[in-house]
Design a protein around this ligand. Structure first.
Ligand code: DX5
Ligand code: ZN
Length: 243
């Protein structure tokens, strides 16, 4: 059977993408297996270079290791200054999708071309302060927009509700052109805030702390995110740590 891709999923479907940054790295295999039991199809992998963002996380060897234990879609979020230099290594290690930042130092067109050359799907991300108009010229060339709802760099931060107009603006543009572009949101999303981002127009929900540090475990966390996607209620708040 052919491996599932992001483009096989409708942008009207809700996708929960747990962020491994909040997982217990000493037990990564069991953490990933729990996401599988929860029916998770997409895993979000945060890559930080200590330059584009003031933190360093995981890289190519981690992607390569976990590739052998799961067929889930690897959504690699590059928070690095020079994505162009690393696309090839991440794809070889097993990335299925690569998101880079419009604010990175490389030429946007070139990065898109490089990602496509490797036959994986392309995402472009906007930091909270970046004008969404800047991404409009590229909508026809990419598969997903990632709207950051925190300043990138750390897990466990507070959700920025003032990003909702940006999501709605982009969802409206996508509806007008009638494409299957996904809108992903990342940062501070939990069982209380998921309803707000879905209402604004996001369909791919990155969740780190609220999945891996959930009071009742990973499976129930994912279930609660899904069932709360149409409501606004905080059923289990435990966001008191940071990575
Ligand atoms: C932040 C990362 C996020 C982070 C989200 O720079 O891009 O993916 O892991 O973590 P939570 O869900 O804990 O805010
Ligand atoms: Zn991320």
């Amino acid at each position: 059977m052919l491996k599932k891709k992001l483009t096989d999923i409708s942008n009207k479907d809700l996708v929960i993408a747990p962020s491994l940054l909040a997982a217990d790295f000493a037990n990564l295999k069991s953490e990933i297996e729990q996401t599988k039991r929860a029916g998770v199809e997409v895993l979000h992998i945060d890559v930080m270079d200590g330059h584009f963002v003031p933190n360093i996380s995981m890289g190519v060897p981690v992607v390569q290791s976990i590739r052998s234990i799961t067929d889930q879609i690897f959504d690699v979020h590059l928070m690095i200054s020079h994505p162009l230099d690393y696309v090839s290594s991440f794809v070889k290690a097993g990335a299925d999708h690569i998101t880079f930042h419009i604010e990175s130092d490389d030429n946007v067109e070139q990065v898109i071309k490089e990602i496509k050359k490797h036959s994986v799907t392309v995402g472009m991300s906007l930091k909270p302060g970046t004008d969404p108009e800047l991404i409009l010229p590229y909508l026809g060339q990419i598969d997903m927009i990632l709207v950051m709802t925190v300043e990138p760099g750390f897990g466990g931060q507070s959700f920025m509700a003032n990003m909702m107009p940006k999501i709605s603006f982009l969802r409206e543009k996508i509806s007008k052109i009638g494409s299957n572009l996904h809108i992903e949101v990342d940062g501070g999303i939990d069982q209380g805030t998921v309803g707000t981002v879905v209402k604004a127009g996001a369909n791919v929900i990155v969740a780190g702390t609220s999945v891996f540090k959930y009071c009742d475990g990973v499976e129930k966390a994912v279930l609660a995110l899904k069932s709360n996607a149409n409501y606004d209620s905080d059923i289990c708040s435990n966001r008191s740590y940071s990575l």
